[in-house]
Design a protein around this ligand. Structure first.
Ligand code: ATP
Ligand code: MG
Length: 528
């Protein structure tokens, strides 16, 4: 049976994995427009593009994002080192021995283990030394001998396999398995790692970098929340703690959104203090929360001890009233932080950026300090945050770099696009400028030549690959939404005057090649 005649139920059916999706034309032209605008605008603010890899060591994210966060503890796509599964096998053998499983069961597990080790060696997944190869051969041999003896009723079979197993154990635990790697759940960690790795602190400071690309988080997919999503982010690394730096970054995002025509944009800002003043506020918060512990859910009760700041984030209906009564950080900032916060607000006003103060806007991690902000937009339901950002002066040191001040943001590009689409900013389906209807071999050669010139002039051209009657060709041109049909047949070739039909009006006129090109070029300039 050929593939084509396979029964319906036998045909494989592949679908994009849950939480991922295909971005298709014409929507992709909106994505390109958004990204192009970012490239152009960010450059005018002195930002250069960085393209870090989309996977890094898991430890990097654990440090930068925080091991306690949902992102790191539950949502990362992590690859185990190649040999990790062998260690897993080993643990199950160990368990079986300690649980006094039957010797046959243990032998079976050892057989599976030695088979896997051999396969790993064949696939060159493991350190290819002579010792390991010999070990895997001998182990397979001895364990199969023992199983055969067991099956013949010898219940105390040859014990040589035990010797080989313990050698396998030694080797497995002495070799370097390599690091665990994860798909990036966010962009800042990689950018900071690159700043340190390439000694960018030796460049004129601050270094301004931005990135565009996919991020991966295994969270529950819903509108505006995907497992592969896209961010446009920027970081200002090094330099001073001047409020102007935070304000300029915020101004840049707001200008970007305005240029795209994003609607209902609202900016929330807050100051969360620094190493000096925040710990005292956190203690105060904890003390207040302990007083009302009984009224809180289990998650919140735990947060009182681990990270009381995160309580301010709570969306739970029944906790809102209680949270409103908690002390505000603004009343507990040290003089320097209070001064800095005033500065940021003044700088935003100077730049004509409208903001709303939101004392509950926090970032739960220690390395964040002072300014935090979030931007929401219309048409997104409960997933309405399109950008989050703030200052993270402590991160670079945490990653082993020199003390480096830093501030930045990440825009959720999917949500940005969704909001633009909800507001009706959908691009038109991509039509063609010119459809070339040709008939005859000679006309075809001329058509190819004409298409080349039109492409060079930036026009989109459809050149049918096989000859078709003019009537059919014009119908096709209509379907594709072409603006013009260029008609090339015997008459046109003989007279040297080409026919151009304007499809919307049906008008038709003849032109010399050069005049026609000129006209089309001009029509393109007007339409774009
Ligand atoms: P949220 O509270 O909406 O989950 P977050 O605090 O996890 O957002 P950040 O890590 O600050 O978000 O990321 C910045 C932006 O990236 C968010 O404001 C949002 O627009 C976008 N974003 C985050 N997670 C997703 C996702 N799973 N799918 C689509 N966009 C996302
Ligand atoms: Mg989230």
């Amino acid at each position: 049976m050929s593939e084509g005649t396979a029964k319906k139920e036998e045909r494989p059916k592949f679908q994009a994995i849950r939480g991922t999706r295909d971005l298709l034309p014409p929507e992709t032209s909106l994505w390109n427009h958004v990204e192009q605008t970012a490239h152009e605008m960010f450059a005018t603010y002195g930002f250069g593009e960085i393209r870090p890899p989309i996977f890094e060591s898991t430890d990097l994210f654990a440090r930068a994002v925080g091991g306690e966060t949902d992102i790191v503890s539950k949502e990362m796509y992590t690859f185990e080192p190649k040999l990790e599964f062998l260690r897993e096998h080993f643990r199950s053998i160990d368990d079986a021995m300690h649980n006094e499983s039957s010797l046959l069961r243990v032998l079976q597990l050892v057989a599976v283990f030695s088979g896997s080790l051999t396969r790993a060696l064949i696939l060159k997944q493991t350190v290819d030394n002579r010792e390991t190869v010999q070990l895997s051969d001998e182990l397979e041999h001895h364990v199969s001998v023992s199983i055969a003896r067991w099956n013949r009723g010898e219940h105390e079979p040859d014990q040589k396999w035990r010797e080989w197993l313990s050698r396998a154990e030694q080797i497995l635990w002495s070799i370097d398995l390599g690091v665990r790697e994860s798909l990036r759940p966010e962009g800042t960690a990689g950018v900071c790692r690159a700043y340190i790795e390439h000694n960018m602190n030796q460049l004129p400071q601050p270094v301004k970098l931005y990135y565009v690309g996919p991020m991966f988080r295994r969270e529950r997919p819903q509108k505006g929340r995907y497992r592969q999503f896209y961010q446009i982010g920027a970081e200002v690394l090094g330099g001073s703690e001047a409020p102007a730096i935070d304000a300029e970054v915020i101004e840049m995002v707001m200008t970007f959104f305005a240029r795209l025509g994003l609607e209902g944009v609202e900016l929330d800002i807050n100051c969360i203090g620094d190493k000096k003043c925040r710990p005292k506020y956190v203690e105060l918060l904890r003390a207040e929360l302990r007083k009302v512990k009984d009224k809180l859910g289990a998650d919140s009760q735990r947060r009182i001890e681990t990270n009381p700041l995160r309580m301010l984030d709570s969306k739970l209906e029944n906790e809102q009233k209680l949270i409103e009564g908690l002390p505000h950080i603004a009343d507990h900032l040290c003089d320097e932080c209070a001064e800095n916060y005033r500065g940021v607000k003044k700088e935003l006003e100077l730049r004509g950026v409208k903001y709303r103060e939101n004392w509950r806007l926090v970032r739960g991690l220690d390395y964040y300090s002072r300014t935090t902000f979030e931007i929401t937009a219309k048409g997104l339901g409960s997933q309405n945050a399109v950008c989050g950002g703030g200052r993270y002066d402590g991160l670079m040191e945490l990653l082993g770099g020199p003390p480096t001040r830093a501030t930045g943001f990440a825009i959720g590009e999917d949500r940005l696009i969704l909001s633009l689409q909800e507001a009706g900013k959908t691009p038109a389906a991509q039509g063609r400028d010119v459809y070339i209807a040709w008939m005859g071999e000679k006309a075809y050669a001329t058509a190819i030549h004409a298409a080349k010139n039109l492409h060079a002039a930036g026009l989109s051209v459809e050149l049918p690959p096989v000859e078709q009657k003019f009537g059919k060709a014009l119908g096709q041109a209509d379907k594709l939404g072409a603006r013009y049909a260029l008609i090339l047949g015997d008459n046109e070739l003989a007279s040297g005057e080409w026919t151009l039909k304007t499809l919307a009006s049906g008008e038709q006129a003849k032109f010399k090649e050069a005049d026609l090109l000129d006209l089309l070029r001009k029509s393109k300039a007007v339409s774009s």
